[in-house]
Design a protein around this ligand. Sequence first.
Ligand code: PMP
Ligand code: GLN
Length: 383
Amino acid sequence: MKDTSLRIADFKDSIFGVISRLAREHQAVNLGQGFPDFDGPEWIKDLVTQKMREGHNQYAPFHGTLNLRTEVSNYYKKFYGLNYDLESQVTITVGATEAIYLVIMGLINPGDEVIVLEPFYDSYVASIKMAGGIPVPVTMHAPDFNVDQAELQKAITSKTKLLILNNPHNPSGKVWTREELMQVSELAIKNDLYVLSDEVYEFLLFDGAKHIPTATLPGMYERTITVSSAGKTFGLTGWKIGWICADEKVSRACRLIHQYVTFSVSTPMQEAVAEGLKKLDSYLPEFVATYKAKRDFFYKGMKDLGFNFTIPRGTYFMMVPIESKTQLKDVDYALELIKTRKVATVPPSAFYLKSAEGGKYLRFCFAKKEETLISALANLKGL
Ligand code: PMP
Ligand code: GLN
Protein backbone atom coordinates (compact mmCIF):
# COMPACT_ATOMS: atom_id res chain seq x y z
CA MET A 1 0.00 0.00 0.00
CA LYS A 2 1.08 3.59 -0.55
CA ASP A 3 2.28 5.61 2.43
CA THR A 4 0.20 7.97 4.55
CA SER A 5 0.63 11.73 4.22
CA LEU A 6 3.89 13.57 4.75
CA ARG A 7 1.97 16.02 6.91
CA ILE A 8 2.06 13.55 9.81
CA ALA A 9 5.40 11.92 9.05
CA ASP A 10 7.05 13.10 12.28
CA PHE A 11 3.95 12.84 14.51
CA LYS A 12 4.08 10.47 17.48
CA ASP A 13 1.46 9.33 20.00
CA SER A 14 0.80 12.26 22.33
CA ILE A 15 2.57 12.19 25.67
CA PHE A 16 -0.80 12.23 27.48
CA GLY A 17 -1.99 9.05 25.78
CA VAL A 18 1.37 7.32 26.27
CA ILE A 19 1.49 8.10 30.02
CA SER A 20 -2.14 7.13 30.61
CA ARG A 21 -1.50 3.79 28.85
CA LEU A 22 1.64 3.13 30.90
CA ALA A 23 -0.23 4.07 34.08
CA ARG A 24 -2.89 1.45 33.26
CA GLU A 25 -0.30 -1.19 32.33
CA HIS A 26 1.64 -0.71 35.57
CA GLN A 27 -1.41 0.00 37.73
CA ALA A 28 0.15 3.29 38.72
CA VAL A 29 -1.68 6.20 40.35
CA ASN A 30 -2.19 8.54 37.40
CA LEU A 31 -1.15 12.13 38.12
CA GLY A 32 -0.12 12.51 34.47
CA GLN A 33 -2.82 13.51 32.00
CA GLY A 34 -4.74 16.59 33.13
CA PHE A 35 -8.24 15.51 34.08
CA PRO A 36 -10.10 15.19 37.39
CA ASP A 37 -10.64 11.59 38.55
CA PHE A 38 -13.93 12.73 40.07
CA ASP A 39 -17.08 13.89 38.36
CA GLY A 40 -18.32 17.41 37.65
CA PRO A 41 -21.37 18.74 39.52
CA GLU A 42 -24.61 16.71 39.53
CA TRP A 43 -26.74 19.70 38.57
CA ILE A 44 -24.96 20.22 35.25
CA LYS A 45 -25.10 16.51 34.41
CA ASP A 46 -28.85 16.57 35.16
CA LEU A 47 -29.18 19.49 32.76
CA VAL A 48 -27.85 17.40 29.84
CA THR A 49 -30.51 14.75 30.47
CA GLN A 50 -33.12 17.47 30.74
CA LYS A 51 -31.96 19.07 27.48
CA MET A 52 -32.09 15.71 25.71
CA ARG A 53 -35.62 15.09 27.05
CA GLU A 54 -36.66 18.54 25.89
CA GLY A 55 -35.65 17.54 22.38
CA HIS A 56 -32.28 19.27 21.85
CA ASN A 57 -30.96 16.29 19.91
CA GLN A 58 -30.50 17.31 16.28
CA TYR A 59 -27.63 19.20 14.68
CA ALA A 60 -26.89 22.50 16.37
CA PRO A 61 -26.28 25.58 14.20
CA PHE A 62 -22.78 25.07 12.87
CA HIS A 63 -21.27 28.00 14.78
CA GLY A 64 -22.96 26.97 18.07
CA THR A 65 -26.39 27.10 19.71
CA LEU A 66 -27.87 30.54 20.26
CA ASN A 67 -28.02 29.93 24.03
CA LEU A 68 -24.38 29.00 24.37
CA ARG A 69 -23.09 31.80 22.16
CA THR A 70 -25.27 34.21 24.16
CA GLU A 71 -23.88 33.01 27.49
CA VAL A 72 -20.26 33.02 26.26
CA SER A 73 -20.72 36.56 25.01
CA ASN A 74 -22.41 37.52 28.33
CA TYR A 75 -19.65 36.23 30.59
CA TYR A 76 -16.85 37.92 28.64
CA LYS A 77 -18.81 41.17 29.03
CA LYS A 78 -19.63 40.63 32.69
CA PHE A 79 -16.29 39.30 33.96
CA TYR A 80 -13.87 41.21 31.73
CA GLY A 81 -15.79 44.02 30.03
CA LEU A 82 -15.10 42.47 26.61
CA ASN A 83 -17.69 42.79 23.83
CA TYR A 84 -18.05 39.84 21.47
CA ASP A 85 -20.98 39.82 19.08
CA LEU A 86 -22.67 36.46 19.45
CA GLU A 87 -23.56 36.25 15.76
CA SER A 88 -20.22 37.09 14.22
CA GLN A 89 -17.53 36.76 16.88
CA VAL A 90 -18.28 33.67 19.02
CA THR A 91 -17.76 30.16 17.60
CA ILE A 92 -18.39 26.93 19.52
CA THR A 93 -15.91 24.08 18.95
CA VAL A 94 -15.14 20.54 20.08
CA GLY A 95 -13.04 21.65 23.05
CA ALA A 96 -10.23 24.16 22.99
CA THR A 97 -8.16 21.68 20.97
CA GLU A 98 -10.39 22.09 17.91
CA ALA A 99 -10.47 25.84 18.53
CA ILE A 100 -6.65 26.01 18.45
CA TYR A 101 -6.54 23.94 15.26
CA LEU A 102 -9.11 26.17 13.53
CA VAL A 103 -7.33 29.40 14.48
CA ILE A 104 -3.99 28.11 13.23
CA MET A 105 -5.43 26.61 10.03
CA GLY A 106 -7.41 29.79 9.47
CA LEU A 107 -4.42 32.11 9.80
CA ILE A 108 -1.26 30.30 8.80
CA ASN A 109 0.07 29.80 5.28
CA PRO A 110 2.93 27.43 4.46
CA GLY A 111 6.18 29.12 5.52
CA ASP A 112 4.58 31.49 8.04
CA GLU A 113 6.32 31.53 11.40
CA VAL A 114 4.48 31.14 14.68
CA ILE A 115 6.04 32.00 18.04
CA VAL A 116 5.23 29.35 20.63
CA LEU A 117 6.17 30.06 24.21
CA GLU A 118 7.59 26.85 25.61
CA PRO A 119 6.72 24.78 27.60
CA PHE A 120 3.49 24.56 25.53
CA TYR A 121 0.34 22.46 25.20
CA ASP A 122 1.34 19.91 22.59
CA SER A 123 -1.43 20.57 20.07
CA TYR A 124 -0.01 24.02 19.19
CA VAL A 125 3.02 22.68 17.36
CA ALA A 126 1.10 19.81 15.74
CA SER A 127 -1.50 22.24 14.37
CA ILE A 128 1.19 24.63 13.12
CA LYS A 129 2.87 21.76 11.28
CA MET A 130 -0.43 20.62 9.74
CA ALA A 131 -0.86 24.15 8.41
CA GLY A 132 2.65 24.05 6.92
CA GLY A 133 3.79 26.78 9.31
CA ILE A 134 7.06 26.95 11.19
CA PRO A 135 6.96 26.84 14.99
CA VAL A 136 9.53 29.19 16.53
CA PRO A 137 10.04 28.41 20.22
CA VAL A 138 10.79 31.07 22.81
CA THR A 139 11.47 29.69 26.28
CA MET A 140 9.65 30.75 29.41
CA HIS A 141 12.61 30.19 31.67
CA ALA A 142 12.29 28.07 34.80
CA PRO A 143 11.81 28.43 37.69
CA ASP A 144 9.67 31.58 37.21
CA PHE A 145 8.65 30.83 33.64
CA ASN A 146 9.16 34.42 32.57
CA VAL A 147 9.67 35.46 28.95
CA ASP A 148 12.78 37.47 28.17
CA GLN A 149 11.60 40.35 26.00
CA ALA A 150 14.92 40.58 24.14
CA GLU A 151 14.78 36.87 23.28
CA LEU A 152 11.23 37.23 22.10
CA GLN A 153 12.09 40.27 19.97
CA LYS A 154 14.97 38.33 18.41
CA ALA A 155 12.71 35.43 17.48
CA ILE A 156 10.27 37.63 15.57
CA THR A 157 10.99 37.98 11.83
CA SER A 158 9.16 39.43 8.85
CA LYS A 159 7.56 36.00 8.43
CA THR A 160 6.08 35.87 11.94
CA LYS A 161 2.31 36.06 11.84
CA LEU A 162 1.06 34.64 15.11
CA LEU A 163 2.18 34.26 18.74
CA ILE A 164 0.57 31.69 21.02
CA LEU A 165 0.43 32.17 24.76
CA ASN A 166 -1.32 30.25 27.50
CA ASN A 167 -2.54 31.97 30.65
CA PRO A 168 -2.91 30.57 33.31
CA HIS A 169 -0.10 28.40 32.11
CA ASN A 170 0.00 24.63 31.68
CA PRO A 171 2.35 23.04 32.81
CA SER A 172 3.88 25.61 35.23
CA GLY A 173 0.73 26.92 36.91
CA LYS A 174 2.01 30.46 36.33
CA VAL A 175 -0.53 33.28 36.20
CA TRP A 176 0.73 36.10 33.98
CA THR A 177 0.91 39.60 35.48
CA ARG A 178 -0.33 42.65 33.61
CA GLU A 179 3.27 43.84 33.11
CA GLU A 180 4.29 40.53 31.56
CA LEU A 181 1.29 40.56 29.25
CA MET A 182 2.03 44.17 28.32
CA GLN A 183 5.58 43.27 27.28
CA VAL A 184 4.37 40.59 24.90
CA SER A 185 1.53 42.79 23.69
CA GLU A 186 3.87 45.65 22.88
CA LEU A 187 5.89 43.38 20.62
CA ALA A 188 2.75 41.94 19.05
CA ILE A 189 1.54 45.43 18.19
CA LYS A 190 4.95 46.66 17.02
CA ASN A 191 5.37 43.67 14.71
CA ASP A 192 1.71 43.41 13.67
CA LEU A 193 1.18 39.88 15.01
CA TYR A 194 -1.99 38.04 15.87
CA VAL A 195 -2.02 36.56 19.38
CA LEU A 196 -3.79 33.30 20.15
CA SER A 197 -4.51 33.45 23.87
CA ASP A 198 -5.35 30.04 25.30
CA GLU A 199 -7.23 30.77 28.51
CA VAL A 200 -8.78 27.38 29.33
CA TYR A 201 -7.75 27.64 33.01
CA GLU A 202 -9.15 31.19 33.37
CA PHE A 203 -11.15 30.32 36.50
CA LEU A 204 -8.61 28.04 38.20
CA LEU A 205 -6.88 30.75 40.21
CA PHE A 206 -5.71 30.76 43.81
CA ASP A 207 -4.44 33.15 46.50
CA GLY A 208 -6.11 36.21 45.01
CA ALA A 209 -4.58 35.79 41.54
CA LYS A 210 -6.61 37.62 38.87
CA HIS A 211 -7.10 36.52 35.29
CA ILE A 212 -6.30 39.21 32.74
CA PRO A 213 -7.51 38.25 29.26
CA THR A 214 -4.96 39.34 26.67
CA ALA A 215 -7.76 40.96 24.68
CA THR A 216 -8.32 43.52 27.47
CA LEU A 217 -4.86 45.07 27.07
CA PRO A 218 -4.53 48.36 25.16
CA GLY A 219 -4.50 47.79 21.41
CA MET A 220 -4.93 44.02 21.75
CA TYR A 221 -8.66 43.44 21.26
CA GLU A 222 -8.46 43.40 17.46
CA ARG A 223 -5.40 41.15 17.24
CA THR A 224 -6.22 38.68 20.01
CA ILE A 225 -8.05 35.43 19.44
CA THR A 226 -9.24 34.06 22.78
CA VAL A 227 -9.84 30.35 23.22
CA SER A 228 -11.42 28.68 26.23
CA SER A 229 -13.33 25.57 27.18
CA ALA A 230 -15.92 24.25 29.63
CA GLY A 231 -13.80 21.17 30.33
CA LYS A 232 -11.72 22.69 33.11
CA THR A 233 -14.29 25.11 34.52
CA PHE A 234 -16.89 22.44 35.15
CA GLY A 235 -14.46 19.56 35.76
CA LEU A 236 -15.88 17.70 32.76
CA THR A 237 -13.00 17.29 30.33
CA GLY A 238 -14.87 14.62 28.36
CA TRP A 239 -17.64 16.99 27.32
CA LYS A 240 -15.34 18.78 24.88
CA ILE A 241 -17.19 22.08 24.55
CA GLY A 242 -14.87 24.96 23.66
CA TRP A 243 -15.10 28.37 22.00
CA ILE A 244 -13.27 31.01 20.03
CA CYS A 245 -13.80 34.74 20.52
CA ALA A 246 -12.22 36.81 17.77
CA ASP A 247 -12.93 39.59 15.31
CA GLU A 248 -15.32 38.92 12.47
CA LYS A 249 -12.68 38.14 9.83
CA VAL A 250 -10.82 35.57 11.92
CA SER A 251 -14.07 34.10 13.24
CA ARG A 252 -15.27 33.60 9.68
CA ALA A 253 -12.00 31.89 8.73
CA CYS A 254 -12.33 29.51 11.70
CA ARG A 255 -15.96 28.77 10.87
CA LEU A 256 -15.17 27.98 7.23
CA ILE A 257 -12.82 25.23 8.42
CA HIS A 258 -15.02 24.08 11.32
CA GLN A 259 -17.96 23.45 8.94
CA TYR A 260 -15.89 20.84 7.08
CA VAL A 261 -14.02 19.33 10.03
CA THR A 262 -16.81 18.80 12.58
CA PHE A 263 -19.70 20.82 11.13
CA SER A 264 -21.35 21.23 14.54
CA VAL A 265 -20.94 20.36 18.22
CA SER A 266 -23.07 18.17 20.54
CA THR A 267 -26.39 20.00 21.02
CA PRO A 268 -27.52 18.89 24.52
CA MET A 269 -24.02 19.45 25.93
CA GLN A 270 -23.95 23.00 24.53
CA GLU A 271 -27.35 23.72 26.03
CA ALA A 272 -26.23 22.42 29.45
CA VAL A 273 -22.97 24.41 29.35
CA ALA A 274 -25.00 27.54 28.49
CA GLU A 275 -27.00 27.05 31.70
CA GLY A 276 -23.76 26.37 33.58
CA LEU A 277 -22.20 29.65 32.43
CA LYS A 278 -25.27 31.51 33.76
CA LYS A 279 -24.47 30.13 37.21
CA LEU A 280 -20.74 31.00 37.27
CA ASP A 281 -21.14 33.51 40.12
CA SER A 282 -22.62 31.01 42.52
CA TYR A 283 -20.63 28.03 41.23
CA LEU A 284 -17.07 29.39 41.12
CA PRO A 285 -16.32 29.94 44.84
CA GLU A 286 -16.89 26.30 45.73
CA PHE A 287 -15.15 25.09 42.58
CA VAL A 288 -12.03 27.14 43.36
CA ALA A 289 -12.09 26.14 47.05
CA THR A 290 -12.19 22.44 46.09
CA TYR A 291 -9.13 22.72 43.85
CA LYS A 292 -7.30 24.98 46.28
CA ALA A 293 -7.66 22.37 49.01
CA LYS A 294 -6.21 19.75 46.64
CA ARG A 295 -3.36 22.03 45.66
CA ASP A 296 -2.50 22.84 49.28
CA PHE A 297 -2.71 19.22 50.35
CA PHE A 298 -0.54 17.92 47.52
CA TYR A 299 1.97 20.76 47.78
CA LYS A 300 2.49 20.08 51.48
CA GLY A 301 2.89 16.38 50.76
CA MET A 302 5.53 17.07 48.12
CA LYS A 303 7.37 19.52 50.41
CA ASP A 304 7.38 16.87 53.13
CA LEU A 305 8.97 14.50 50.61
CA GLY A 306 11.74 17.04 50.13
CA PHE A 307 10.69 18.60 46.81
CA ASN A 308 11.34 22.33 46.88
CA PHE A 309 9.41 24.68 44.60
CA THR A 310 7.03 27.64 44.61
CA ILE A 311 3.35 26.86 44.95
CA PRO A 312 1.51 27.54 41.64
CA ARG A 313 -1.25 30.18 41.62
CA GLY A 314 -3.25 28.75 38.73
CA THR A 315 -4.27 25.59 36.79
CA TYR A 316 -4.25 22.10 38.33
CA PHE A 317 -0.62 21.34 37.58
CA MET A 318 2.69 21.59 39.41
CA MET A 319 6.11 21.57 37.74
CA VAL A 320 8.25 19.80 40.30
CA PRO A 321 12.06 20.01 40.11
CA ILE A 322 13.66 16.54 40.29
CA GLU A 323 17.37 17.32 40.35
CA SER A 324 17.62 16.93 44.14
CA LYS A 325 16.32 13.35 43.77
CA THR A 326 17.85 11.88 40.66
CA GLN A 327 20.53 12.14 37.98
CA LEU A 328 17.97 10.97 35.43
CA LYS A 329 16.26 13.22 32.92
CA ASP A 330 12.48 13.67 33.12
CA VAL A 331 11.52 10.92 30.65
CA ASP A 332 13.61 8.24 32.33
CA TYR A 333 12.66 9.36 35.81
CA ALA A 334 8.95 9.39 34.87
CA LEU A 335 9.32 5.80 33.58
CA GLU A 336 11.15 4.78 36.73
CA LEU A 337 8.45 6.26 38.97
CA ILE A 338 5.69 4.52 37.00
CA LYS A 339 7.42 1.16 37.23
CA THR A 340 8.94 1.23 40.71
CA ARG A 341 6.73 3.70 42.60
CA LYS A 342 3.44 3.21 40.74
CA VAL A 343 3.00 6.94 40.22
CA ALA A 344 2.51 8.38 36.72
CA THR A 345 3.50 11.97 35.85
CA VAL A 346 4.16 13.82 32.59
CA PRO A 347 7.78 14.43 31.55
CA PRO A 348 7.66 18.08 30.45
CA SER A 349 10.40 17.84 27.83
CA ALA A 350 7.49 16.87 25.53
CA PHE A 351 6.41 20.50 25.82
CA TYR A 352 9.71 21.98 24.57
CA LEU A 353 11.30 22.30 21.14
CA LYS A 354 14.44 24.20 22.09
CA SER A 355 15.37 24.33 25.75
CA ALA A 356 16.55 21.37 27.84
CA GLU A 357 15.04 22.90 30.99
CA GLY A 358 12.07 20.50 30.90
CA GLY A 359 14.43 17.59 31.59
CA LYS A 360 14.82 18.81 35.17
CA TYR A 361 11.13 18.64 36.06
CA LEU A 362 8.09 16.39 36.23
CA ARG A 363 4.54 17.67 35.88
CA PHE A 364 2.04 16.46 38.48
CA CYS A 365 -1.72 16.93 38.09
CA PHE A 366 -3.44 17.44 41.44
CA ALA A 367 -7.03 17.41 40.13
CA LYS A 368 -7.59 14.11 41.88
CA LYS A 369 -9.63 12.69 44.78
CA GLU A 370 -7.95 13.05 48.15
CA GLU A 371 -7.52 9.28 48.31
CA THR A 372 -5.68 9.34 44.96
CA LEU A 373 -3.34 12.08 46.17
CA ILE A 374 -2.77 10.19 49.44
CA SER A 375 -1.89 6.99 47.54
CA ALA A 376 0.50 8.86 45.25
CA LEU A 377 2.27 10.53 48.17
CA ALA A 378 2.46 7.23 50.05
CA ASN A 379 3.98 5.53 47.00
CA LEU A 380 6.57 8.29 46.68
CA LYS A 381 7.56 8.14 50.34
CA GLY A 382 11.26 7.68 51.00
CA LEU A 383 12.38 8.92 47.57
N1 PMP B 1 -5.07 24.27 26.16
C1 PMP B 1 -4.42 23.85 27.26
C2 PMP B 1 -3.35 24.70 27.83
C3 PMP B 1 -4.75 22.63 27.83
O1 PMP B 1 -4.12 22.21 28.92
C4 PMP B 1 -5.75 21.85 27.23
C5 PMP B 1 -6.03 20.47 27.71
N2 PMP B 1 -6.62 20.29 28.80
C6 PMP B 1 -6.42 22.34 26.12
C7 PMP B 1 -6.04 23.56 25.59
C8 PMP B 1 -7.49 21.57 25.44
O2 PMP B 1 -8.74 21.70 26.02
P1 PMP B 1 -9.96 20.81 25.56
O3 PMP B 1 -9.96 19.60 26.40
O4 PMP B 1 -11.14 21.70 25.79
O5 PMP B 1 -9.78 20.48 24.11
N1 GLN C 1 -4.57 19.25 28.58
C1 GLN C 1 -4.41 18.02 29.26
C2 GLN C 1 -3.01 18.00 29.88
O1 GLN C 1 -2.26 18.91 29.72
C3 GLN C 1 -4.53 16.81 28.39
C4 GLN C 1 -5.32 16.91 27.18
C5 GLN C 1 -5.00 15.80 26.23
O2 GLN C 1 -4.88 14.65 26.63
N2 GLN C 1 -4.83 16.15 24.99
O3 GLN C 1 -2.71 17.06 30.52
